[in-house]
Ligand binder design. Structure first.
Ligand code: UDX
Length: 451
């Protein structure tokens, strides 16, 4: 490793799907010789500090030092902006007094006010987007007024992207009504001043989103730096990477990995819906019986808060073929040879993990960017199929059973497995020495050092 010459302060939005990719990126930057301070909220400090390895973690306040459970998004976001601007400024000034001046703030796009903090302090700024380049391009078009809301057409043409149906667009674009504060943040605020950032980082890799990346790069300083999969799976250079990262849920257990090891190759269906999605109770029931009546073993992550929706006695009844757990080490599970496919909500981290580890997907998108990710998984990357909901938005048990047969046994499944190998190789190449993400990361570090 080179001697440390530049100091980046990294600030993720305090949720599972944002901290992990930014923590992995921090490790990569540290490997390239930058000094890193990872800032997080006081309520998460202990948890993040436990998994950060040699990365220094510091706490700032979001105004809710005991945790913000149950606080409405519009209240939380405003408070975080107010208190966070002050406490982030204090932290940077303190680091300066300690002889560790910050050269660049890399902030989560969900915290757009960090740009103002950086400017006020005369520090450079990079904005980190945890979602795909395609999804960000859609939001960018809305914010530029190039895609008018509410949508009038049922199909839209956006430069850099294939034709998209309204139903392929992120829910905050196709139907922003139910979550006004989050829609405002995601569709408008995070895009508001991105032209003023010195760097724009996307957690994706060039070959995966070549066209849209090229289009965005014509006007914006974008850099693809992903996938931020733990390097032990793709690129073994980062030795300080014994574990994936943050776990905001029940402690990870290796019991599921032992269970997987008793199953034959490509025989198990892995089912997980990320850290936020809440399934309709009817959907839980249909999924339960779809899995139960299929021929396959399944490993299903049902978070504690969702477990009451499982049919009565389901856990007991599936004892011989299913394992239900409240949280697992997902990248380790996806990398396990027994996994045959992944029923996923298509959160961006889960999608990237499955693509990069070569696991065929059955997409069951729920909200936010997931419909767009599902569209790409099925039609562009050909890495999976989409489970079709009925007119009430529920994917019925028969549809689930049919999807499983298609992916696990059908010709389409074979085709997907061929593509899976291609994407896995391309993801690895992007991160390896001289790969696109590796070069982009190195280029950022060298520019930071020079200027
Ligand atoms: C959210 C959004 O919903 C998602 O659409 C957006 O792209 C990012 O923020 P989340 O819903 O949690 O994230 O989904 P996802 O992006 O897939 O992130 C979940 C993360 O939790 C993944 O990195 C996954 O590996 C991890 N995970 C999930 C575990 O480690 N164990 C589990 O049991 C389940």
């Amino acid at each position: 490793m080179e001697t440390c010459r530049a100091h980046c302060l990294i600030l993720p939005f305090p949720i599972q799907g944002h901290i992990n990719p930014m923590l992995q990126f921090s490790k990569r930057l540290q490997h390239e010789g930058t000094k890193i301070t990872l800032a997080t909220t006081k309520s998460l400090f202990k948890t993040v500090n436990e998994v950060s390895g040699s990365i220094s973690v510091k706490a700032i306040s979001d105004g809710y030092d005991e945790g913000a459970n149950g606080i409405a998004p519009e209240i939380y976001l405003l408070k975080f902006q107010k208190v966070g601007s002050e406490t982030l400024t204090e932290l940077i000034l303190k680091l300066q007094d300690l002889g560790r001046p910050v050269d660049c703030i890399i902030y989560d796009a969900f915290l757009p006010w960090c740009l103002d903090v950086a400017k006020d302090l005369g520090v450079r700024a990079g904005v980190f987007f945890t979602q795909s380049c395609a999804v960000n391009n859609i939001y960018y078009h809305v914010r530029k007024g190039l895609l008018k809301l509410p949508l009038e057409a049922t199909e839209v043409d956006i430069p850099g992207l294939p034709p998209l149906l309204a139903s392929d667009l992120p829910s905050f674009v196709s139907n922003p009504g139910p979550y006004p504060a989050t829609s405002q943040l995601v569709v408008h605020d995070q895009m508001e001043k991105i032209e003023e950032a010195d760097w724009i980082f996307f957690n994706t890799f060039y070959k995966l989103e070549e066209k849209v990346n090229d289009w965005m790069a014509t006007t914006l300083p974008v850099k693809t730096i992903g996938p931020t999969i733990p390097s032990m799976y793709l690129d073994k250079r980062l030795v300080d990477d014994k574990q994936y990262g943050l776990n905001l849920f029940k402690p990870m257990t290796n019991a599921c990995v032992s269970w997987l090891s008793e199953r034959s190759i490509s025989s198990v269906v892995y089912v997980a819906f990320g850290s936020l999605a809440e399934l309709d109770v009817v959907q839980m029931e249909e999924l339960s019986w779809g899995l139960r009546t299929s021929n396959y073993h399944f490993l299903w992550v049902v978070r504690e808060s969702e477990s009451k929706k499982l049919p009565k006695d389901f856990v007991k009844e599936t004892f011989d073929k299913g394992l239900i757990i409240s949280w697992c080490p997902q990248p380790e599970v996806l990398a396990h040879k027994s996994i045959g496919c992944f029923i996923t909500h298509c959160g961006w981290n889960s999608t990237l993990e499955a693509l990069s580890l070569g696991v065929p997907m059955i997409a069951m998108p729920q909200w936010t960017d997931q419909s767009t990710n599902a569209k790409f998984v099925k039609d562009i990357w050909k890495m999976g199929i989409k489970a079709q909901p009925d007119e009430n938005g529920i994917v019925r048990r028969d549809a689930i059973g049919q999807c499983l047969i298609t992916v696990m046994e059908g010709e389409i499944g074979q085709e997907i497995r061929k593509n899976a190998k291609k994407w896995k190789d391309l993801a690895r190449q992007a991160l390896e020495e001289g790969g696109s993400s590796d070069e982009n990361t190195k280029d950022f570090v060298s520019k930071l050092i020079q200027s």
